[in-house]
Design a protein around this ligand. Sequence first.
Ligand SMILES: Nc1nc2c(ncn2[C@@H]2O[C@H](COP(=O)(O)OP(=O)(O)O)[C@@H](O)[C@H]2O)c(=O)[nH]1
Ligand SMILES: [Mg+2]
Length: 439
Amino acid sequence: MFESLSEKLESAFKQIKGEGRITELNIAATVKDIRRALVDADVNYKIAKDFTDKIRETALGQKVITAVSPGQLMVKIVKDELVELMGGTESTFNTKGNPAVILIAGLQGSGKTTFSGKLANFLKTKKGLSPMLVAADIYRPAAIDQLKVLGGQIGIDVYSEPDNKDAVAIATNAIKEAKSKNKNVLIIDTAGRLAVDEAMMTEVANIKAAVNPNEILFVVDSMTGQDAVNTAKAFNDRLDFSGVVLTKLDGDTRGGAALSIKYTVNKPIKFVSSGEKMDTLDVFYPERMAQRILGMGDITTLVEKAQAQFDEVQAKKLEKKIRKNQFDFEDFKQQLDQIKKMGNIKDLLGMIPGVGKAVKDIDISDDSFKGIEALINSMTPQERANPDIISPGRKARIAKGAGKDLTELNAFLKQFEQMKEMMKMMNKMPMGRMGLGRR
Ligand SMILES: Nc1nc2c(ncn2[C@@H]2O[C@H](COP(=O)(O)OP(=O)(O)O)[C@@H](O)[C@H]2O)c(=O)[nH]1
Ligand SMILES: [Mg+2]
């Protein structure tokens, strides 16, 4: 995410990092590079200029603190300003009501329907609410089916009226239905158009007037850069929405939308969404995003993701097995599954400071583990539990079953042995004993 911006900002800091002190001259040079980096990331020129003017002003106003190098100081100033640009603090999300009504708006293809599903799943699993989805996209029959499929995946009821062509009536009927079924949040997925269009705006505005939403979320595809900002403006003028959802952050997005939207419409980004899996929705934190853009990683999100997938009981068991040096292939497979549940592997690695850049050009797809999984799956339960019994005869069978050759299996078995050796060593170290399995 935003790799090219991160890279360019890093190179903007390179020169000043080598300087002994901050001067008008080196500030000017750095600021110029930062501005170019922002414009290249598809941030509107005026916003980029405003941003860098502030950076320059703040930097010039700094007293020389000897403990902090000019490079560190500049990075800090830019980080604070990035946080500000993206909205400052985390915003709120209002789900009070019976039911609370969340209206979803945006262009066609921006990710409204996908996001509606993710939000329902999020409110159900993370907030303990009982949401219902409403299919108010009445123009494409497939739209209702799409929402129903998503609802089915996450166990959420979907309200629809396939023969009704009145989106406002569907929305108001849905409120009655929610009340009678004790659903406390209603998420209304509306129709979009390919471009801003009067009929669409009128329809959404009419739904708004009829259902009085707690939140109106404007969904925007972050890949569309400055266009995203123009669309946001048009929707906001008409709907006065309460927040923005940036989707497709897993794509090759440059960052322009994330950095420009708050400035343009003065509404906070509330959620960011990456990927098509229903559990890849994140609350937006300006601070964390700024850290990621500056290559400082985002350990907080990483830890949260790990904790969300982390099974305490299973971890205790695992800890015991590692202690007794009984870690086997079954455990290994379970660990892989847990990592995969946390989301896109490359995204996860990108949250570790310094690692994002290193893995940028490496192809780490979630499929990278497929080979290993195939090998483990090809083992019998006995073999998984007792790696020692894997004889040459068994090896041939396992490799064949996984569609791999013997060298690949041998390499994997060797890696596994090395890993166990490392675990054994860590067990002997006082630090390893203290750290393992504790939270
Ligand atoms: N990679 C990626 N694809 C997404 C994301 N959100 C939606 N999509 C895809 O984008 C397309 C349009 O999404 P959809 O939810 O139908 O958009 P809508 O027309 O606004 O309802 C679909 O193919 C989705 O699977 C995302 O965060 N990442
Ligand atoms: Mg849709």
